[in-house]
Design a protein around this ligand. Structure first.
Ligand SMILES: *Cc1c(COP(=O)(O)O)cnc(C)c1O
Length: 229
């Protein structure tokens, strides 16, 4: 039996240690518990242990869980590939989206976000390693997409997200990779964008991500154990 309370406690301690080592305030890093392919019971256990923000990758699976967990004050983040026939589910049920990479998807989300809800908090997903099979935009396409999102009233551009290639084996390589996302954030700020978010770092590389400047780390298996698929 995995102990979610212990796992969460350990991760929070490690995040605090990474923040201290980087001379950063602990409150500057938000822990997103990635609950894809994990049960509603495990999410309840994490909430009981103090976790409020959860990340999901699949719209239909997420919707079922969100409906079953409506009694809890949870904050839902969408971190998966966005199919255009799923934008309405996402626009109606999530607070954050980390994986915007297309204008037409941004337009649909803006259009489908209910008027009575706060704007969707969004990040643009960047493919820093130019991996053809991976999601995310090429850094060259960042400014036009950011300008496009900026003028959509129901989307609030908060920053950037990346999913590094799996072959970064050590801390130094991970750190160097994450610094590239920091450079793009600075570029956007110099262009006048008021963004504050870098979504980077997962179970195996969040310490390097925090050292580089992550403000949201997305951690799944280290909290919930192996995923059921
Ligand atoms: C699954 C997933 C995570 C969590 O990965 P772990 O290695 O289980 O921590 C984080 N971000 C994204 C985009 C994911 O798809």
């Amino acid at each position: 039996m995995i102990n979610i309370k212990n796992n969460l406690h350990n991760i929070v301690k490690q995040i605090e240690a990474a923040c201290a080592a980087a001379h950063r305030a602990h409150a500057s890093v938000k822990l997103l518990a990635v609950s894809k392919q994990q049960s509603v019971e495990k999410i309840r256990a994490a909430f009981a242990a103090g976790q409020q923000c959860f990340g999901e990758n699949y719209a239909q699976e997420a919707l079922q869980k969100i409906q079953k967990l409506q009694d809890l004050p949870l904050e839902w983040h969408f971190i998966g590939h966005i199919q255009s026939n799923k934008t309405r589910i996402i626009a109606e049920n999530f607070s954050w989206i980390h994986t915007i990479q297309q204008k037409n998807i941004a337009m649909r989300l803006n259009h489908q976000r209910p008027e009575n809800l706060a704007p969707l908090q969004v990040c643009i997903q960047v493919n820093l390693a130019h991996e053809p099979q991976k999601a995310g935009i090429d850094p060259k396409e960042l400014l036009p997409l950011a300008h496009y999102i900026q003028q959509l009233p129901h989307l609030n551009l908060r920053g950037l997200m990346t999913l590094p290639p799996a072959n970064l084996i050590n801390y130094a390589e991970q750190y160097a990779h994450f610094l590239q996302l920091v450079d793009l954030k600075i570029l956007l700020q110099q262009e006048g964008f008021t963004i504050d978010t870098l979504s980077m770092g997962m179970s195996h590389d969040f310490a390097a991500a925090i050292a580089a400047g992550a403000t949201i780390v997305r951690i799944g298996s280290a909290i919930f154990g192996e995923r059921i698929s």
